[in-house]
Ligand binder design. Structure first.
Ligand code: BV8
Length: 241
Protein backbone atom coordinates (compact mmCIF):
# COMPACT_ATOMS: atom_id res chain seq x y z
CA UNK A 1 0.00 0.00 0.00
CA UNK A 2 1.22 3.50 -0.86
CA UNK A 3 1.24 5.94 2.04
CA UNK A 4 -1.39 8.66 1.89
CA UNK A 5 1.00 11.56 1.42
CA UNK A 6 2.52 10.63 -1.92
CA UNK A 7 1.38 9.96 -5.46
CA UNK A 8 -0.53 11.67 -8.23
CA UNK A 9 -4.12 10.64 -8.85
CA UNK A 10 -6.16 10.94 -12.07
CA UNK A 11 -9.89 10.31 -11.78
CA UNK A 12 -11.94 9.87 -14.98
CA UNK A 13 -15.68 10.31 -14.52
CA UNK A 14 -18.63 9.56 -16.76
CA UNK A 15 -22.39 9.96 -16.77
CA UNK A 16 -22.84 7.34 -14.03
CA UNK A 17 -21.51 9.71 -11.37
CA UNK A 18 -24.34 12.16 -12.14
CA UNK A 19 -27.11 9.56 -12.42
CA UNK A 20 -28.12 9.73 -8.73
CA UNK A 21 -28.28 13.51 -9.05
CA UNK A 22 -31.11 12.98 -11.54
CA UNK A 23 -29.28 13.28 -14.89
CA UNK A 24 -29.62 10.53 -17.50
CA UNK A 25 -26.74 8.37 -18.59
CA UNK A 26 -26.31 7.48 -22.25
CA UNK A 27 -26.15 3.70 -22.57
CA UNK A 28 -28.31 2.47 -19.73
CA UNK A 29 -31.62 0.99 -20.94
CA UNK A 30 -33.36 4.32 -20.14
CA UNK A 31 -30.36 6.33 -21.36
CA UNK A 32 -30.21 9.22 -23.81
CA UNK A 33 -29.09 7.06 -26.75
CA UNK A 34 -32.17 4.88 -26.24
CA UNK A 35 -34.30 7.90 -27.21
CA UNK A 36 -32.25 9.69 -29.84
CA UNK A 37 -29.50 8.69 -32.29
CA UNK A 38 -25.96 10.02 -31.94
CA UNK A 39 -25.95 10.69 -35.69
CA UNK A 40 -28.96 13.01 -35.36
CA UNK A 41 -27.80 15.22 -32.47
CA UNK A 42 -24.15 14.70 -31.48
CA UNK A 43 -22.02 15.09 -34.62
CA UNK A 44 -20.89 18.16 -36.60
CA UNK A 45 -22.75 16.75 -39.61
CA UNK A 46 -26.00 16.66 -37.62
CA UNK A 47 -25.53 20.33 -36.71
CA UNK A 48 -25.04 21.30 -40.36
CA UNK A 49 -28.00 19.16 -41.46
CA UNK A 50 -30.50 20.21 -38.76
CA UNK A 51 -29.15 22.85 -36.33
CA UNK A 52 -32.56 23.47 -34.80
CA UNK A 53 -32.85 19.82 -33.77
CA UNK A 54 -29.37 19.90 -32.22
CA UNK A 55 -30.10 23.17 -30.40
CA UNK A 56 -33.35 21.69 -29.08
CA UNK A 57 -31.54 18.53 -27.88
CA UNK A 58 -29.06 20.56 -25.82
CA UNK A 59 -31.66 23.14 -24.72
CA UNK A 60 -33.70 20.31 -23.17
CA UNK A 61 -30.63 18.87 -21.37
CA UNK A 62 -29.52 22.35 -20.21
CA UNK A 63 -33.01 23.07 -18.90
CA UNK A 64 -32.98 19.73 -17.04
CA UNK A 65 -29.58 20.52 -15.51
CA UNK A 66 -30.78 23.94 -14.35
CA UNK A 67 -33.96 22.52 -12.79
CA UNK A 68 -33.79 23.27 -9.06
CA UNK A 69 -33.70 19.57 -8.10
CA UNK A 70 -30.40 18.72 -9.80
CA UNK A 71 -27.62 18.89 -7.19
CA UNK A 72 -24.16 17.35 -6.80
CA UNK A 73 -24.35 14.02 -4.93
CA UNK A 74 -22.16 12.29 -2.34
CA UNK A 75 -19.86 10.93 -5.05
CA UNK A 76 -19.12 14.40 -6.47
CA UNK A 77 -18.58 15.67 -2.93
CA UNK A 78 -16.25 12.82 -2.04
CA UNK A 79 -13.99 13.60 -5.02
CA UNK A 80 -14.01 17.29 -4.03
CA UNK A 81 -13.00 16.28 -0.49
CA UNK A 82 -10.14 14.14 -1.79
CA UNK A 83 -8.89 17.01 -3.91
CA UNK A 84 -9.19 19.43 -0.96
CA UNK A 85 -7.06 17.08 1.17
CA UNK A 86 -4.51 16.50 -1.61
CA UNK A 87 -4.74 19.78 -3.54
CA UNK A 88 -1.72 19.28 -5.81
CA UNK A 89 -2.15 15.61 -6.50
CA UNK A 90 -5.69 15.02 -7.73
CA UNK A 91 -6.91 15.78 -11.27
CA UNK A 92 -10.51 15.04 -12.22
CA UNK A 93 -11.04 14.45 -15.95
CA UNK A 94 -14.74 14.33 -16.70
CA UNK A 95 -16.53 13.20 -19.84
CA UNK A 96 -19.62 14.92 -18.45
CA UNK A 97 -20.81 18.27 -19.71
CA UNK A 98 -22.73 19.15 -16.54
CA UNK A 99 -21.35 21.43 -13.79
CA UNK A 100 -21.87 19.11 -10.82
CA UNK A 101 -18.17 18.56 -10.08
CA UNK A 102 -17.62 22.32 -9.88
CA UNK A 103 -20.69 22.82 -7.73
CA UNK A 104 -19.40 20.10 -5.35
CA UNK A 105 -16.13 22.05 -4.99
CA UNK A 106 -13.77 20.28 -7.39
CA UNK A 107 -11.37 22.89 -8.77
CA UNK A 108 -8.67 21.04 -10.73
CA UNK A 109 -10.95 19.67 -13.42
CA UNK A 110 -10.86 19.06 -17.17
CA UNK A 111 -14.11 18.82 -19.14
CA UNK A 112 -12.69 16.76 -22.00
CA UNK A 113 -16.06 16.71 -23.79
CA UNK A 114 -16.87 20.35 -23.07
CA UNK A 115 -19.58 22.07 -21.04
CA UNK A 116 -23.29 22.40 -21.81
CA UNK A 117 -23.47 25.77 -19.99
CA UNK A 118 -21.06 27.33 -22.49
CA UNK A 119 -21.45 28.57 -26.08
CA UNK A 120 -18.71 28.68 -28.70
CA UNK A 121 -18.86 31.16 -31.56
CA UNK A 122 -17.94 29.68 -34.95
CA UNK A 123 -17.16 33.18 -36.23
CA UNK A 124 -14.78 34.51 -33.56
CA UNK A 125 -14.17 31.26 -31.59
CA UNK A 126 -14.94 32.98 -28.30
CA UNK A 127 -16.33 30.73 -25.54
CA UNK A 128 -19.01 32.34 -23.38
CA UNK A 129 -21.18 31.29 -20.46
CA UNK A 130 -24.58 30.24 -21.84
CA UNK A 131 -27.11 29.16 -19.17
CA UNK A 132 -30.24 29.62 -21.28
CA UNK A 133 -31.68 28.34 -24.54
CA UNK A 134 -29.64 28.68 -27.73
CA UNK A 135 -31.26 29.20 -31.13
CA UNK A 136 -30.17 29.97 -34.66
CA UNK A 137 -30.81 33.65 -33.82
CA UNK A 138 -28.66 33.72 -30.69
CA UNK A 139 -25.84 36.28 -30.89
CA UNK A 140 -22.26 35.83 -29.68
CA UNK A 141 -21.64 37.96 -26.55
CA UNK A 142 -18.09 38.65 -27.77
CA UNK A 143 -18.47 39.60 -31.45
CA UNK A 144 -22.28 40.10 -31.45
CA UNK A 145 -22.53 37.95 -34.63
CA UNK A 146 -25.88 36.09 -34.70
CA UNK A 147 -26.41 32.59 -36.08
CA UNK A 148 -22.87 31.26 -35.52
CA UNK A 149 -23.19 29.90 -31.99
CA UNK A 150 -22.94 26.23 -31.01
CA UNK A 151 -22.92 24.53 -27.66
CA UNK A 152 -19.32 24.17 -26.43
CA UNK A 153 -19.27 20.35 -26.35
CA UNK A 154 -17.17 17.78 -28.24
CA UNK A 155 -19.26 15.84 -30.76
CA UNK A 156 -18.35 12.45 -32.20
CA UNK A 157 -15.55 12.87 -34.71
CA UNK A 158 -14.24 15.98 -32.93
CA UNK A 159 -11.04 16.09 -30.88
CA UNK A 160 -11.66 16.12 -27.13
CA UNK A 161 -10.30 19.14 -25.23
CA UNK A 162 -6.94 19.32 -23.39
CA UNK A 163 -5.72 15.92 -24.55
CA UNK A 164 -2.03 16.90 -24.14
CA UNK A 165 -2.61 17.87 -20.52
CA UNK A 166 -4.59 14.68 -19.89
CA UNK A 167 -1.95 12.40 -21.43
CA UNK A 168 0.76 14.15 -19.41
CA UNK A 169 -1.22 13.52 -16.20
CA UNK A 170 -1.78 9.88 -17.14
CA UNK A 171 1.96 9.40 -17.66
CA UNK A 172 2.74 10.92 -14.25
CA UNK A 173 0.00 9.30 -12.20
CA UNK A 174 0.37 6.63 -9.51
CA UNK A 175 -3.35 5.93 -9.28
CA UNK A 176 -5.93 5.97 -12.08
CA UNK A 177 -9.60 5.68 -11.13
CA UNK A 178 -12.57 5.43 -13.51
CA UNK A 179 -15.96 6.29 -12.02
CA UNK A 180 -19.38 5.85 -13.63
CA UNK A 181 -18.32 5.26 -17.21
CA UNK A 182 -19.20 2.40 -19.57
CA UNK A 183 -15.76 2.57 -21.18
CA UNK A 184 -17.29 2.68 -24.64
CA UNK A 185 -16.17 6.08 -25.97
CA UNK A 186 -12.63 6.80 -27.07
CA UNK A 187 -10.12 8.18 -26.40
CA UNK A 188 -11.37 8.26 -22.76
CA UNK A 189 -12.03 4.50 -22.78
CA UNK A 190 -8.38 3.96 -23.72
CA UNK A 191 -6.89 5.88 -20.78
CA UNK A 192 -6.62 2.78 -18.59
CA UNK A 193 -4.59 1.08 -21.34
CA UNK A 194 -2.27 4.12 -21.52
CA UNK A 195 -1.69 3.89 -17.77
CA UNK A 196 -1.11 0.13 -17.84
CA UNK A 197 1.40 0.48 -20.68
CA UNK A 198 3.42 2.86 -18.54
CA UNK A 199 3.21 0.19 -15.89
CA UNK A 200 3.51 2.14 -12.64
CA UNK A 201 0.05 3.19 -11.51
CA UNK A 202 -2.56 1.25 -9.62
CA UNK A 203 -5.89 1.19 -11.47
CA UNK A 204 -9.39 1.05 -10.01
CA UNK A 205 -12.88 0.97 -11.53
CA UNK A 206 -15.85 2.19 -9.48
CA UNK A 207 -19.07 1.58 -11.39
CA UNK A 208 -22.58 0.20 -11.06
CA UNK A 209 -21.72 -2.78 -13.27
CA UNK A 210 -18.52 -3.92 -15.04
CA UNK A 211 -17.58 -1.57 -17.88
CA UNK A 212 -16.37 -2.65 -21.32
CA UNK A 213 -12.80 -2.30 -20.05
CA UNK A 214 -13.33 -3.84 -16.61
CA UNK A 215 -10.69 -6.57 -17.05
CA UNK A 216 -8.00 -3.90 -17.47
CA UNK A 217 -8.43 -2.59 -13.92
CA UNK A 218 -6.39 -4.06 -11.06
CA UNK A 219 -9.16 -3.23 -8.59
CA UNK A 220 -12.91 -3.19 -9.28
CA UNK A 221 -15.75 -2.17 -6.97
CA UNK A 222 -19.39 -2.19 -8.09
CA UNK A 223 -22.34 -0.35 -6.64
CA UNK A 224 -24.03 3.06 -6.82
CA UNK A 225 -21.49 5.89 -7.01
CA UNK A 226 -22.92 7.59 -3.93
CA UNK A 227 -21.92 4.50 -1.92
CA UNK A 228 -18.72 3.20 -3.54
CA UNK A 229 -17.01 6.55 -4.17
CA UNK A 230 -17.19 7.97 -0.62
CA UNK A 231 -16.01 4.59 0.75
CA UNK A 232 -13.10 4.54 -1.71
CA UNK A 233 -12.09 8.11 -0.84
CA UNK A 234 -12.30 7.38 2.90
CA UNK A 235 -9.97 4.42 2.44
CA UNK A 236 -7.56 6.47 0.32
CA UNK A 237 -7.38 9.25 2.87
CA UNK A 238 -6.84 6.86 5.78
CA UNK A 239 -4.72 4.12 4.24
CA UNK A 240 -3.55 5.19 0.78
CA UNK A 241 -3.66 2.45 -1.90
C1 BV8 B 1 -12.37 11.47 -31.58
C2 BV8 B 1 -20.36 15.10 -25.45
C3 BV8 B 1 -10.77 11.81 -33.24
C4 BV8 B 1 -21.63 15.55 -26.03
C5 BV8 B 1 -19.65 12.86 -26.11
C6 BV8 B 1 -10.79 4.87 -31.26
C7 BV8 B 1 -9.96 5.95 -30.93
C8 BV8 B 1 -10.42 7.26 -31.04
C9 BV8 B 1 -11.73 7.50 -31.46
C10 BV8 B 1 -12.56 6.45 -31.77
C11 BV8 B 1 -12.10 5.14 -31.67
N1 BV8 B 1 -13.11 4.33 -32.03
C12 BV8 B 1 -14.20 5.08 -32.34
C13 BV8 B 1 -13.89 6.36 -32.22
C14 BV8 B 1 -14.80 7.47 -32.50
C15 BV8 B 1 -15.63 7.90 -31.30
C16 BV8 B 1 -16.02 6.78 -30.40
O1 BV8 B 1 -15.38 6.50 -29.41
N2 BV8 B 1 -17.11 6.12 -30.74
C17 BV8 B 1 -17.63 5.07 -29.89
C18 BV8 B 1 -19.14 5.10 -29.87
C19 BV8 B 1 -17.08 3.73 -30.41
N3 BV8 B 1 -14.90 8.87 -30.54
C20 BV8 B 1 -14.95 10.17 -30.93
O2 BV8 B 1 -15.55 10.54 -31.91
C21 BV8 B 1 -14.19 11.18 -30.07
N4 BV8 B 1 -13.40 11.98 -30.93
O3 BV8 B 1 -12.01 10.35 -31.45
O4 BV8 B 1 -11.78 12.35 -32.42
C22 BV8 B 1 -10.08 12.92 -33.90
C23 BV8 B 1 -8.73 12.79 -34.14
C24 BV8 B 1 -8.06 13.81 -34.76
C25 BV8 B 1 -8.75 14.96 -35.11
C26 BV8 B 1 -10.10 15.09 -34.85
C27 BV8 B 1 -10.78 14.07 -34.25
C28 BV8 B 1 -15.13 12.15 -29.36
C29 BV8 B 1 -15.98 11.46 -28.35
C30 BV8 B 1 -16.78 12.49 -27.55
C31 BV8 B 1 -18.21 12.52 -28.04
N5 BV8 B 1 -19.02 13.33 -27.14
N6 BV8 B 1 -20.37 13.65 -25.33
C32 BV8 B 1 -22.81 15.20 -25.19
O5 BV8 B 1 -22.69 14.84 -24.00
O6 BV8 B 1 -23.91 15.32 -25.76
S1 BV8 B 1 -19.49 11.24 -25.70
C33 BV8 B 1 -20.76 10.51 -24.78
O7 BV8 B 1 -20.31 9.25 -24.33
C34 BV8 B 1 -21.07 11.14 -23.49
O8 BV8 B 1 -21.05 12.47 -23.47
C35 BV8 B 1 -20.08 10.60 -22.51
O9 BV8 B 1 -19.14 11.60 -22.29
C36 BV8 B 1 -19.44 9.50 -23.28
C37 BV8 B 1 -19.16 8.29 -22.48
O10 BV8 B 1 -20.36 7.84 -21.90
P1 BV8 B 1 -20.35 7.52 -20.33
O11 BV8 B 1 -20.06 8.76 -19.60
O12 BV8 B 1 -19.48 6.35 -20.07
O13 BV8 B 1 -21.88 7.16 -20.11
P2 BV8 B 1 -22.59 5.77 -20.41
O14 BV8 B 1 -24.04 5.99 -20.33
O15 BV8 B 1 -22.01 5.14 -21.63
O16 BV8 B 1 -22.14 4.86 -19.17
C38 BV8 B 1 -22.58 5.21 -17.87
C39 BV8 B 1 -22.01 4.19 -16.91
O17 BV8 B 1 -22.42 4.55 -15.59
C40 BV8 B 1 -22.52 2.78 -17.15
O18 BV8 B 1 -21.44 1.87 -17.09
C41 BV8 B 1 -23.48 2.52 -15.98
O19 BV8 B 1 -23.46 1.19 -15.55
C42 BV8 B 1 -22.90 3.41 -14.92
N7 BV8 B 1 -23.87 3.86 -13.92
C43 BV8 B 1 -25.20 4.09 -14.06
N8 BV8 B 1 -25.72 4.49 -12.89
C44 BV8 B 1 -24.71 4.52 -12.00
C45 BV8 B 1 -23.53 4.13 -12.64
N9 BV8 B 1 -22.35 4.04 -12.01
C46 BV8 B 1 -22.33 4.37 -10.70
N10 BV8 B 1 -23.42 4.76 -10.01
C47 BV8 B 1 -24.61 4.85 -10.62
N11 BV8 B 1 -25.70 5.24 -9.92
Amino acid sequence: MRQRDTGKIVILTGAGISKESGLDTFRDPDGIWSRVRIEDVATPEAFVRDPVRVHDFYNARRERLRAGSIEPNAAHRALARLQADWPDDVLVVTQNIDDLHERAGTTTLIHMHGEILQARCQACHAVSAWPGDMTMESACPACTQAGDLRVNVVWFGEMPFEMDRILEALEACDLFVAVGTSGSVYPAAGFVREVRMIGRAHTAELNLVPSEGHSLFAERTYGPATQVVPDFVERLLNEGW
